[in-house]
Design a protein around this ligand. Structure first.
Ligand code: ZN
Length: 243
């Protein structure tokens, strides 16, 4: 286990998906005190919020070294935001590309709203690092996943809250195959197995059968991305990436 920053605490934006689960492991490896926050913004699948609890429970069981560091979970109600930022994730529209060249799964400003709420919570909880699984390499070009956006967000939060928050995005430059490798580097095959078995990524909210890469419908963009990343990682010989 690598040395942690003594006394430092982190709040992980935790959806119960693959990416935020790797971020949670990354934070538990680094920080003495780690709490998780999830957002209920009226998404149509409660399965995501259920996966969060399953992942946390298995992490406590499987990683006794991390268990004392894992503090409380928080769920914040952002349904009012979800009602404003209606999209394919929060209503029953089909997933397609919009005229702006963004997938209809893009919820305008969603990550920005998440960080405002997360920072308000972190302020109250005395946590300084805000950890999110945003990634600008493999993904759909969501503008609020870009590091530039998050640098500006960090500055706005620190100015506006008289704080010294640091927005940490350990997956920002990684491919989806690298994210599997990072999971292995952080928690070995035990963590890989936990991610395959417990996390939820599918946009359609389907659990389905357990495949090599996990559960899901297998055909939505999120499942396809996850499956492709898995296959690329396997083709590389399942390497471990040291954090
Ligand atoms: Zn799916």
């Amino acid at each position: 286990m690598t040395a942690s920053f003594e006394g430092a605490g982190a709040l992980v934006l935790f959806s119960g998906g693959q990416d935020s689960t790797v971020c949670l492991a990354w934070a538990l490896e680094r920080y003495d005190r780690v709490e998780t926050v999830g957002f209920d913004y009226g998404q149509r699948h409660a399965v995501e919020l259920e996966a969060r609890q399953a992942v946390r429970a298995r992490m406590l069981e499987a990683f006794p070294g991390w268990a004392p560091r894992l503090g409380p979970d928080h769920v914040l109600d952002l349904k009012g935001f979800g009602a404003v930022a209606e999209s394919a994730l929060t209503t029953d529209q089909a997933i397609k590309m919009t005229a702006r060249g963004l997938p209809s799964t893009f919820v305008p400003g969603r990550n920005l709203a998440f960080f405002v709420y997360a920072a308000a919570l972190a302020d109250r909880r005395g946590l300084q690092a805000l950890v999110g699984g945003m990634c600008e390499t493999d993904y759909s070009g969501y503008p609020d996943c870009r590091r530039d956006t998050l640098d500006a967000m960090q500055q706005a939060l620190n100015l506006g809250m008289e704080q010294d928050f640091s927005i940490q995005t350990p997956l920002m430059r990684l491919t989806k195959a690298d994210t599997w490798a990072l999971a292995k580097g952080l928690g070995g095959e035990t963590l890989v197995d936990l991610i395959v078995g417990e996390t939820h990524t599918c946009y359609l909210g389907e659990r389905g059968e357990r495949r090599a890469w996990g559960h899901g419908c297998g055909t939505c963009p999120a499942c396809e991305l996850r499956a492709r990343g898995w296959e690329a990682w396997v083709a590389q010989g399942r390497p471990a990436l040291t954090p």
